[in-house]
Design a protein around this ligand. Structure first.
Ligand SMILES: *Cc1c(COP(=O)(O)O)cnc(C)c1O
Length: 403
């Protein structure tokens, strides 16, 4: 093939497309072609957006709320977000310390663009959410992957964290509950992060997108409970995508120090201008209305999680940490690596996820996408019936492996 006339920017060449969206697209295409695919690759709730939220969106259209809004989002919505942060977390923010963006992902993107310089290192606990490393790279920074161990239930081990910190460390990401592991950082881990952040002037980015979907008897620990002083160097990321089943509406937000939010607004003002006006009205209804919806989802997810984890653990050679939040299980299948099917070797998580898709018609996401090749991620934001069917297909596929 001759080389194209127009070459691409250096910044995009090393960036991989989102692997989770890619698997989902492949599964959807197979399904559309008539294949009986069970899809566990999806990173979104299987619930519809609550009716009162949809109504608010429709009303926004009917009332002509269809023009540009303020760059950081409409004041009413930012005010409502401040009130939620106060009520839910006891945190005081003012409107100019909030930016609403086109989804949580976009909020993260704006943050990295606003604070990262070339050469800056960002500590990313691993397994990580797929978008963190490329977003850091797109801002010119260097992702530094800090391993979380399965034997620690994917909690952060402070001794390991110390080994990865350097004088170039600029920021650390917390995602608790985590996508893909469902794990929650312990108070001890958060204290260690807080201490190092205070000593070294690190920015803490806490991605709280799953904070309303937890399965714990105790309160979810939060980094800002560790020390009041941390608020000056912490950005909180949240949104309605997961908590109100609003992934397609594209609304997320950041709360943090005013000078960083102002810088993020400069970037947003020169890129998307503002998140969709209609979606902002819908998000306002979600944030100000009844807060029982996430609880309803959590109640539906709990028995699915319990079944999934137990059934996975019943397979010889599989281990699975019990997720404390979110809606994913992240089992370790590494004892199956090296086995073969029809003479073809399964050597890693990508091979295994392909095998599950081709032979079991089960779509999952290989752990390699999250920097953890021993694992495969399954979402349990799907019906119990599909989970049961999927598990029996997986067990059969695994038992068909040779070697
Ligand atoms: C889903 C998700 C987000 C935000 O997603 P948006 O759809 O952009 O709001 C952020 N972080 C993690 C870990 C997620 O799983």
């Amino acid at each position: 093939m001759s080389s194209p006339i127009i070459t691409l920017a250096d910044r995009v060449i090393n960036i991989k497309p989102s692997p989770t969206l890619a698997v989902n697209a492949k599964a959807k295409a197979l399904k559309a072609a008539g294949e009986d695919i069970l899809n566990f690759s999806v990173g979104e709730p299987d619930f519809d957006t609550p009716p009162h939220v949809c109504e608010a969106g429709k009303k926004a259209i009917d009332e002509g709320f269809t023009r540009y809004t303020a760059v950081p989002g409409m004041p009413e919505l930012r005010e409502a977000i401040c009130q939620r942060l106060q009520k839910d977390k006891g945190l005081s923010y003012t409107m100019d310390e909030i930016q609403v963006a086109c989804g949580g992902k976009h909020g993260l993107y704006n943050m990295f663009q606003a604070v990262i310089n070339p050469g800056d290192e960002v500590l990313i606990p691993t397994p990580y959410w797929v978008s963190y490393p490329p977003m850091v790279q797109l801002a010119g920074g260097t992702p530094v992957l800090v391993p979380l161990l399965e034997q620690d239930n994917f909690d952060l081990n402070p001794d390991i964290l110390h080994k990865y910190a350097t004088n170039k460390t600029r920021a650390i990401i917390i995602n608790s509950p985590s996508n893909p592991t469902g794990s929650v950082f312990s108070v001890e881990a958060l204290q260690a992060i807080g201490k190092m952040a205070l000593e070294n002037g690190w920015l803490i980015i806490t991605d709280d997108i799953y904070d309303t979907i937890t399965y714990m008897d105790t309160k979810l620990p939060h980094i800002l409970e560790v020390d009041d002083k941390l608020k000056e160097q912490t950005l909180i990321l949240n949104g309605v995508s997961k908590s109100f089943a609003m992934t397609g509406w594209r609304i997320g937000w950041t709360a943090g120090p005013k000078h960083i939010i102002t810088a993020m607004n400069k970037i947003q003002g020169q890129s998307t201008s503002n998140p969709t006006s209609i979606s902002q009205k819908a998000a306002l209804a979600a944030v100000t209305g009844p807060q029982d919806f996430p609880k309803t989802m959590q109640k539906a997810f709990l028995p699915r999680r319990d079944f999934f984890v137990e059934d996975l653990r019943s397979i010889t050679g599989v281990s699975c940490v019990n997720p404390k939040g979110a809606f994913y299980v992240f089992p370790n299948f590494s004892t199956f690596f090296g086995k073969t099917f029809n003479g073809k070797a399964i050597n890693n998580s990508v091979d295994l996820a392909d095998y599950f898709l081709d032979e079991a018609k089960v779509a999952s996401v290989p752990g390699a996408a999250f920097g953890a090749d021993d694992f495969v991620r399954f979402s349990f934001a799907t019906s119990m019936e599909i989970i049961k069917d999927g598990m029996s297909r997986i067990k059969k596929a695994l038992s068909n492996l040779e070697g």
